[in-house]
Design a binder for this molecule. Sequence first.
Ligand SMILES: NC(=O)c1ccc[n+]([C@@H]2O[C@H](COP(=O)([O-])OP(=O)(O)OC[C@H]3O[C@@H](n4cnc5c(N)ncnc54)[C@H](OP(=O)(O)O)[C@@H]3O)[C@@H](O)[C@H]2O)c1
Length: 398
Amino acid sequence: MSLLNHISLPHLLIYFILFCFILLSLTYWLPLLYLSCLPVQDLRARYYADLRHSLPPQRRPRRRRNSLSPGSISPNRLHDAHDVHDAQAAATEPWALITGASSGIGLALARQVAAQGIHLVLVARDDALLPEAVQSLRAQHPAVLVRAVAVDLSDSRPAPGTDRTGHPPAYPEYLRRIAEATDDLLHHGTLRLAFSNAGYLLMSFFRQRTLAEHLRNWECNVTCALRLSHHLITKWHEYQKRTGWTGTTASGRPAVRPFGLLVFTSSASWFLPSPFAALYGAAKAALSAFAQSLAVEVRDQGIDVLVVQPSYTRTNLYQEAPKLAILEFLDRYTAATPEQVARTILRSVGRGVVSREIGGYAYLTRWLGHVLDIGGLCAAMIPFRHHMAEYRLYAQAG
Ligand SMILES: NC(=O)c1ccc[n+]([C@@H]2O[C@H](COP(=O)([O-])OP(=O)(O)OC[C@H]3O[C@@H](n4cnc5c(N)ncnc54)[C@H](OP(=O)(O)O)[C@@H]3O)[C@@H](O)[C@H]2O)c1
């Protein structure tokens, strides 16, 4: 009582605000610190425990009889997703699907997943990067099988043909091709890891691009991930029902056994305003929000969901972007390598976290989001828009 007599109300308020500030900061920084100390997740041990009796031990690299020798891959052969089909591996060994796997973060993920002895299904456009990626992965990991699906994930035109009602199928051609390439793996329950990572950045004033360009970008950055997740979750559910897989552990405890993994590559731009790349920020916000809710729903199926928000990473993403001072600054002082980002992703999966920032810029801005009002920040940017380099650049373009 005597202590309270000496503390005035304004002081009490200041202490209370300080307390909240420290509490909010700790709830953000402490889990991050914990995650940074963890080793990379052993994906085979976590997600294939029930298949382990049929899994071969992690072999030293050897060339498979049926694998293509590097150099023999022509881009056309990539269209045939089953050109390295190995019925035994499809039925009994672990597989992972990675979209946007021909360069940057996706390719780094592919390398690190392959290093754990997991076969790969890689998805990217039909350009020179995909055959190069396949070739280098096969050379580095001869024991790992690689299937490649060359499709444009921004093209939502429906697959040819009609469904049972006589209408064109409700899914696009690229999903049909991915489904075809993974059908046997999903049937056998050996494809349990999926990384929805493909994406690209469009910069300009919103009105300076056609709506068609924006919608294609949206398809690749968001809708494709939703379609793919729906396909995989449905197929996993069918497999679990067919094989009598139950989520409960052998001891009958309520803990759910891990079965599969969905990882989404979002971006640090999802929680801050992203003028001049408005659709990119909005797409990543949609992806992050979707993933966080999905994580709760699919728990009973034993599916871990992780959405990551990397900061500036040195990849091809900015190839088409103008040489802005802010990008050069981030590149020089804060840029991570795709390998670092991939390692952080594999450290974070299956650790009970659903959403994870990666890199100093993402940590700082997300933490600011904990303690500042983002709507207020947007409002504060409006009077200063003319001073932004991007504004001046795109305003000049008319
Ligand atoms: N770099 C960063 O600073 C950063 C930061 C935060 C988040 N991200 C996110 O990280 C993810 C990977 O990007 P990255 O930085 O690694 O850039 P990247 O090197 O350009 O890789 C993008 C990948 O997506 C594929 N892709 C792009 N458009 C496609 C399309 N229409 N159809 C099929 N595949 C397509 C690309 O393959 P092709 O071009 O061969 O088709 C490539 O494999 C993206 O979702 C990006 O938004 C990047």
